[in-house]
Design a protein around this ligand. Structure first.
Ligand code: 5RP
Length: 223
């Protein structure tokens, strides 16, 4: 099976976590896109969705799924999203698609985080994938120095020769060379750096369920 087929399989499996009659939170990325395409098939069962990025909002609307503002809703039973890495405790690295801030906000409101990934994303220790950190543009250099003090090598994410600008008007530092044996502590340390908007470590509040795509089928891990 290809990686895309595994992503499609977990996206299909995630549909059973959507609560009929309730809002669903929707993540960002290629796996989330497969999920959106499946969600479209049952769109009459849900009043709408909360999007974690402009790209996701555009795809949801293209399928005729109503996109609600987070400020309009009081509860989200489930948030469904991919990840760049997930460990055996449900802690994740996210933000490869630069949507980490809105992803973390929507996830924080949701009662349950269902992570959908192909098997290559499951790791013993997080950190091989460079950790995205969203920063206020005027502070990126100062934040990069502080992140270096924590043992990483931050690199400003570029797009077409310019610093990538997020949906929130900020920049991304990708921190290489980390070995995150205590992701909860590292998330707290990085959150304390002035100028950091969001750390792409989802450890203090990780996944509740992981649907893992493998050649033997979709496995369910609960944390
Ligand atoms: C976007 C994310 C994505 O969930 C993560 O990058 C995984 O993406 P994909 O499903 O394309 O592998 O955090 O900010």
């Amino acid at each position: 099976m290809t990686q895309d087929e595994l992503k499609h399989a977990v996206a299909c499996a995630a549909i059973s976590h959507v609560v009929p009659g309730k809002i669903v939170g929707v993540g960002t990325g290629s796996t989330a896109n497969f999920f959106i395409d499946e969600l479209a098939k049952i769109k009459v069962q849900i009043p709408g969705a909360i999007a974690s990025s402009e790209a996701t909002a555009t795809r949801l609307r293209a399928h005729g799924i109503k996109v609600l503002e987070l400020n309009e809703v009081t509860s989200i039973p489930v948030y469904i999203d991919g990840a760049d890495e997930i460990d055996y405790s449900g802690a994740m690295i996210k933000g490869g698609g630069a949507a980490l801030t809105r992803e973390k906000i929507v996830a924080s409101v949701a009662e349950k985080f269902v992570c959908i990934v192909d098997g290559s994303k499951l790791v013993k220790v997080l950190g091989k994938f460079p950790l995205p950190v969203e920063v206020i543009p005027m502070a990126y250099s100062a934040v990069a120095r502080a992140l270096s003090m924590l043992g990483g090598q931050p690199l400003l994410r570029m797009k077409e020769g310019q610093p990538l600008i997020t949906d929130n008007g900020n920049m991304i530092l990708d921190v290489h060379g980390l070995h995150l044996t205590d992701p909860v502590a590292m998330e707290a340390l990085m959150n304390n750096i002035v100028g950091v908007v969001t750390v792409g470590l989802f450890a203090q509040q990780g996944a509740d369920v992981c649907l893992l795509g493998t050649i033997e089928g979709v496995k369910t891990l609960t944390f």
